[in-house]
Design a protein around this ligand. Structure first.
Ligand code: NAD
Length: 293
């Protein structure tokens, strides 16, 4: 087994992004700028947003965090999004999910100007992705593609099984892996909670992409010898072993699956770090007006 090392790849790509951000500053007179909106104080969301902001600073982007209490109204949030849409000094805008129940995530997603939608969740970006047109690709699937590319993992003609059909990971991932591109050209099976014979289907996979949200869900008996395993899952458990007070686990039983597969992403240290790179690359592309003018 060889490791698909998110730490190594993300650091390498962040160096490239840093150089490009400096060039943007030199030519446009300002840094690429990402704004994040965080509602409430969910522990996971706090950590993800803090890491996104920290990484922006690392690569020479400006970053702004706007926080609201859980009690913020949908209207107030939508008005703020509109204000940021109009701000010519902002290149990217993300709203950290999940949102409180009284706020419709669809309304929020659609309110963000698709030209600043660096999370790639807006229907225009998803539609353009479907048609293989330039767009912001959702950050996690984008990060996975960058990882596969970096390690020159052959995907053409192979059977890729995606587990989980969320709008932010599983569904776009399945489309991207089937596209006529490199990485891509897979025969894709998209599976979910209602899939019958899941174990059998996963066992037939050359490439497994697990985005379920259940610790150690993919066990060694579900994995074909030599498969490539991408573990998207982030499952937080309270722990006395770590300084932060919790420990992260993937959706894959890493210890046992690692003995059987050809390549595997660790958790932590895999897809999560690449998601940030996907977000940074989208923000940079927005600042450079590479996708939308
Ligand atoms: P989700 O939580 O919205 O949905 C889970 C998916 O798993 C659903 O589509 C469901 O059909 C499927 N599922 C549930 N039980 C199943 C079963 N028994 N058999 C087959 N499929 C089953 O999905 P999400 O938002 O993509 O999140 C999935 C995991 O990925 C979570 O752990 C999340 O924290 C993590 N995640 C990680 C990153 C990252 O950067 N690494 C980014 C996004 C999400």
């Amino acid at each position: 087994m060889q490791l698909l090392d998110g730490k190594y790849v993300s650091e390498k790509l962040k160096q490239e992004i840093t150089a490009e951000a400096a060039a943007v500053l030199a030519t446009r007179g300002r840094q690429p700028h990402l704004v994040a909106i965080l509602v409430g104080n969910d522990g996971g969301s706090e950590t993800y947003v803090a890491s996104k902001m920290k990484n922006c600073q690392k690569v020479g982007f400006k970053s702004t965090l706007i926080r609201y209490d859980n009690s913020v109204s949908e209207e107030e949030l939508l008005n703020k999004i509109e204000e940021i849409n109009q701000d010519t000094e902002v290149d990217g805008l993300i709203v950290q999910l999940p949102l409180p129940k009284h706020i419709d995530p669809e309304k929020v997603t659609e309110k963000i100007d698709y030209r600043k939608d660096v999370d790639g969740f807006h229907p225009i970006n998803l539609g353009r992705m479907m048609r293989n047109l330039p767009c912001f690709i959702p950050a996690t699937p984008y990060g996975i593609l960058l990882m596969l590319k970096e390690y020159k993992i052959e995907t053409s003609g192979l059977h890729c099984v995606v587990i989980g059909r969320s709008n932010i990971v599983g569904s776009p991932m399945s489309i991207l892996m089937a596209r006529d591109a490199k990485p891509g050209n897979c025969t894709v099976t998209l599976t979910h909670s209602k899939t019958r014979n899941l174990n059998e289907i996963v066992r037939s996979a050359d490439i497994i992409i697990a985005a379920i949200g259940k610790k150690n869900f993919i066990t060694v008996d579900m994995v074909k010898e030599g498969a490539v395993v991408i573990d998207v899952g982030i499952n937080r458990e309270v722990s006395t072993e770590t300084k932060s007070g919790y420990k992260l686990y993937g959706d894959v039983d890493f210890k046992n699956v690692a003995q059987k597969c050809s390549w595997i992403t660790p958790v932590p240290g895999g897809v999560g770090l690449m998601t940030i790179v996907g977000l940074l690359k989208n923000t940079l592309a927005s600042a450079k007006k590479e996708i939308y003018s």
